[in-house]
Design a binder for this molecule. Structure first.
Ligand code: NDP
Length: 423
């Protein structure tokens, strides 16, 4: 790794950002200086004070509304940062990409763009055309960010999209399986199991608004290059996860299906499953039925409120779940395919313990499993190991340095060459 030290701007200071910031501070060989900017500056100040004492990293803080590209651009220029790690919300992806282009720095994020206002007529007409053309109806998709390809290429800048765990590590697992284990991959099943228990009847492990939008949407998977869409939660399987035990899991639409479907067109079927307890599903259905998941503003006592944003205020802050969450996560990909003419199966996965994460960085495992890969993605871009002009997902680079870094920075992975397959 090169000796040059670098300055990273991190936008957002929530659950995921807090872990990524801890990890950047631990990795002082690469990250000499951090600039933390977010909507609520106090969160940045509090974390900066704590971590400067603990690790000695130089940290500066600023307030920003990242919905405004000019504010972000001005801060990038003011602080002379080398790259921006966007850990705010997917709503800000495009404005932050614009700012990075204007200021001439690399861009990294963990979740693909979706609009805050899904009733915006201009966005809606594009969305409806896309639903018809592609065949899936999730609010988020890569088209908005892939449209920046030429601009990043011409500017000689890198945009690394979706370097969390899923998407992120799961796509690196796919690239790694392709490079080291298979001649051809036929199917990929991505499994996201959270066996953690926080003791609340209902809470989400990351931003409630983003989480509930994702989970309440119709499911979909890719088969022979085409999307197959199904009603939400209508495909259910039980699976026995190492470290967790038997869990119910449901097929969801997920970002990496779209990227892997484009970048590995030879794969015949790509599915994504996530585990949910019955209490979570019952609460979600009830909230959906009464309109609490709606993003359309309603008039309440003379004030416009967005139901799902109001719900977010009532639910436990995901960042506060750390001390009370016990149990493990098990997230990975099952591959089937061929090697040297023989059928082959493989599960590459990571098991992460909520309490171990809390001991290390005062966060639960969902924030941890996202924040660590966010730091790793930023590290690989900054050190030039994953630097090429254009817009990329994590399956489009050499997976080896990323896989090594996972082992080094707290998310060791395992390979099972004889996994139980998902029917
Ligand atoms: P949080 O809600 O905990 O944190 C979001 C942060 O962004 C908050 O600090 C918030 O500020 C800040 N923010 C929101 N809007 C703005 C704005 N306009 N300008 C500046 N800052 C803003 O979310 P999480 O940490 O749980 O999630 C962060 C990201 O990680 C999300 O995009 C999420 O989708 C993604 N994610 C990805 C996963 C993966 O595996 N790939 C898994 C989990 C999450 P304030 O403090 O004022 O609210």
């Amino acid at each position: 790794m090169s000796e040059k030290k670098r300055k990273l701007m991190i936008i957002g200071c929530g659950g995921v950002a807090s872990v990524a910031i801890h990890k950047c501070c631990q990795n002082s060989e690469v990250f000499e200086e951090l600039v933390l900017v977010s909507r609520t500056k106090k969160k940045c100040d509090d974390l900066a004070e704590k971590l400067t004492k603990k690790y000695g990293t130089k940290i500066t803080t600023e307030q920003v509304d990242a919905d405004h590209a000019d504010q972000v651009e001005a801060l990038i220029k003011k602080h002379g940062v080398d790259a921006v790690l966007n850990l705010a919300l997917p709503y800000q992806d495009l404005t932050i990409m614009d700012a990075c282009l204007a200021a001439g720095v690399d861009y990294i994020d963990t979740a693909n763009y979706e609009p805050e206002d899904t009733d915006d007529p201009q966005w809606r007409s594009i969305y409806e055309a896309r639903c018809k053309e592609k065949g899936f109806s999730a609010y988020f998709d890569y088209s908005w960010q892939w449209a920046y390809e030429d601009r990043f290429k011409e500017a000689g800048l890198t945009a690394l999209l979706g370097t969390g765990f899923d998407p992120g590590v799961t796509s690196v697992f796919a690239a790694y399986a392709k490079k080291h284990y298979f001649d051809t991959i036929d199917t990929i099943d991505i499994l996201d199991c959270n066996g953690g228990d926080h003791g609340y009847p209902f809470a989400t492990n990351f931003n409630p608004e983003i989480n509930l939008r994702e989970v309440s949407a119709p499911g979909s998977y890719m088969e022979d290059g085409k999307w197959v869409e199904i009603p939400a939660m209508s495909i259910h399987r039980e699976y026995d996860f190492e470290g967790v035990g038997k869990k119910d899991m449901y097929l969801l639409h997920h970002e990496e299906i779209e990227a892997l479907g484009r970048n590995m067109p030879e794969v015949k079927r790509i599915r994504f499953f996530m585990t949910f307890g019955q209490s979570y599903l019952t609460h979600m259905k009830c909230l959906e039925n009464v309109g609490m998941l709606s993003t359309t503003p309603v008039n309440f006592q003379g004030q416009q409120i967005v139901p799902i944003q109001f719900l977010k205020e009532l639910l436990p802050d995901p960042a506060s779940l750390g001390p009370r969450t016990v149990g493990k996560t098990n997230i990975g990909c099952i591959f089937t395919g061929k090697k040297d003419g023989k059928e082959k199966t493989l599960y590459i996965y990571n098991v992460c313990d909520h309490q171990e994460c809390y001991k290390e960085v005062e966060s639960q495992a969902i924030s941890y499993t996202t924040g660590v890969p966010a730091m790793i993605g930023a590290m690989l871009v900054l050190t030039g190991q994953w630097k090429k002009p254009g817009v990329f997902t994590t399956d489009e680079f050499d997976p080896d340095p990323y896989m090594e870094a996972l082992n080094k920075w707290g998310l060791p992975w395992k390979v099972d060459e004889n996994p139980v397959l998902v029917p």
